[in-house]
Design a protein. Structure first.
Length: 106
């Protein structure tokens, strides 16, 4: 999966998940409307509990044909078995970043 798609889909699903759970918990036992229970706080300082932290591994693979490609691997490493003659070199780098949350979500 490409990094941009992973970040985009993750942020959309986090936002939707928070809003969905608040909607499910909106009505109390006596039918009264309750305030939201869960929020995503604005900010981007993880030490203050704000922002969304991503920590991903990026794998660069070069096969015996001299072709190189980079792919984001999200906590899953894949292997291939086969009888083909060739070599594959892989290098894994980690990228860690925090996405700043611009407004309250919830």
């Amino acid at each position: 999966m490409d990094l941009d798609k992973f970040v985009s889909e993750s942020l959309a699903e986090i936002t939707t998940g928070i809003r969905d759970v608040n909607a499910k918990l909106k009505i109390g036992k006596n039918g009264e409307e309750l305030p939201n229970t869960f929020f995503l706080k604005p900010g981007g300082k993880t030490e203050l509990g704000t922002g969304i932290v991503f920590d991903v591994a990026v794998t660069t693979r070069k096969d015996g044909n001299g072709k190189a490609s980079a792919k984001v691997k999200l906590a899953v490493f894949e292997g291939e078995l086969g009888g083909g003659a060739g070599t594959t070199n892989e290098q894994v780098s980690r990228i860690k970043f925090t996405v700043y949350v611009g407004q309250w979500v919830g």
